[in-house]
Structures are given as structure tokens and as C-alpha cells.
Design a protein around this ligand. Sequence first.
Ligand code: FES
Ligand SMILES: [Fe+2]
Length: 333
Amino acid sequence: MNKEVGSYPQSWYPILRSKELKKNKSRVIKAFDKELLIFRDANEQVGIVGRYCCHMGVDLGNAPVVNNCIQCPLHGWQFDRKGNCLHIPSLKSNDKNILKKRSLNSFPCQEKYGVIWIYWGKKPAYDIPLPPDMDAITVGPCSHFSLTTEFHMPCLNTFDLQHFHHVHHRKIIGIPDISQENLYHMGIKMEVEVIPLTLFDRLMKRLFHGNATISIDCWGASLLLMNNNKTNYGAIIGSLPIEKYKCLMFIIPVKKQSAQQTQMTQIMDNICLKIAEKMVRSFLSMDEIPMRGMKPFSGCLVNELDDAAANYWRYFNSLPRFSVIHSAQKKDE
Ligand code: FES
Ligand SMILES: [Fe+2]
């Protein structure tokens, strides 16, 4: 019996930039220690299913999209975006009872902010939120880069207050406000002073006119939504686990939407969002080397110094997990 391993927190994860998947095309994506097939049908709708056919295990990686379904190259069975088998060519009639027993694993997904998102779980427990204190946003182009670390380390990093000074040259003023509203969400709000050692930081310092208040929401252990309350610029940062110690980070620069949108404000927004993306990328790149292969364990944290990180650690451990059972096993149960 082929029980698949891999258990990850139930959450939304970015999986592919929208522009990287054309109509009637499919792509194999390595994620969650497995290979998934993502395809876009003729109506621009996206589906994410298991890579191997539930009949005889044929690789659907190069399968065509026909009638809005992925069509297996061996016997021509067709599966829709939800993994349902809609057509078996050699069946005399499309007997619903036979069809409904045959399905591919499928995953909830949606497109938002120029990115395709997968929900790791059967049914989304929350919707992809907006950054804190933003009711409507303008988004810039998404970029991504890989990190040699566990996918949830960037979230832990956000609550690791000691590293802000050492790695990012940010001095935290006072005591950050940490909140947890529900099982899937932790937030932190802190006042920071920039110590201007790099070009970007000198620019930051000018933009802030003093200290900045940064609000960051963490959802699942895969999503960080941040807002610089002084500039009203921020970012949505998502992390996709590829395999152990490997993840793909997506950065979507965002700005609180202006009340009045003119052609000129749109041009300015586009320029500023591109700069914002570079700034966020530069900030995160400082974590790349320290986080490489990082292996924290709960006993390593120091009381008082690491209280926020300990909070995150408890939150992370209590997140509901999801793991996939192979279609072949589901049929036999
Ligand atoms: S192996 Fe895919 S339809 Fe038979
Ligand atoms: Fe960091």
C-alpha cells in the first residue's frame, strides 16, 4: 500500500505565479515532498491534482488538457479540476457509479494577487487575508527565490526579536505587542528604529522620518502579511515547502490603496511597488545564510530573551496538520 508521507500545517501556500501557467497547459510542481500537477483549463480556471493517474499510475506530467480536463495519455480517462473522473472512453455509458469511484487527489486552490495558491487541507479554514490595517490594496509584481531552510523558518524569524538587531540592524523600541486571535493566526506589532548601514536602510530612514511601526500577521506557518504603518507599504510573503530544508519564498509588494486613483498615481504606485519589492528582498536576503539548514528545538529557547519566539513555537506546534493519502489507498478503504 502506498501511503504518502509528509504532514504540513493546514494553510494557504503560494505555489506558482499566475503568469507562469497558460490556458490549456499543465505543469508539474514539486511541493510538500511530492509532485503535484497544476493545470489551467480553457475557462482560465486552475486545478491542482496528484501527478499520477489513479488507474494504472501513468505520469500525467505531459498530459494534454481536453474538455477542461486533464486527459491521461494511456487510456484517455479525463479528470476535472477537482480530480473527478468525468469520462472513460472505453465505458459504453458514462456510468456515474464507476466514474465516481475513480478520482485523483485534488487540492483547494485560488488565484489572488497574481499568484496561484494551494490550500493544504481538505477545506480552507480561512481566506487569504489582507495585510494588517489595509482594507484594499494595490499589488506589485510577485518575485520568488529559494531558501535552504524549513518553510516555516521565516515565520519563526519574524518572532525572533533578538535577530532584528544583529542581522537586520533594526532596534526594537519598547515591548512588541503580540496577539493570537485564533488557531491559524499570530500577529506582532513593533516600533523599530533603523540603523542606517546600507543604501536601502538610509532610504528607509528617510521614508520613516524617525521610527516606524511595523505590523506583521502570520497565518498558518506559511504566510506573512506586513504593513509599515508610516508609509502604508508592505508585503505579502508566502513560503512553499518543497522538501526538507528547501522552500520557495514568494514576495508580493503591496500598498494601501489610495482613495483616488489617477493615471499618475498608478504610474507612481508601480514604480514604488517595484522599489518596495527590492527592499523586502534585500531585507530577507540577510536571513539567508543564518537560516540555512537551521534546526531549532523547543528546549533551546531562553526565557525573557526568546518569549516571542516561544509563543510562535507553541502556536506552530498546535497548528492542525494535513497529510495526503494516495488515491489507490482511498479506493481500497
Ligand atoms: S492509466 Fe490513466 S487512464 Fe489508464
Ligand atoms: Fe529576519
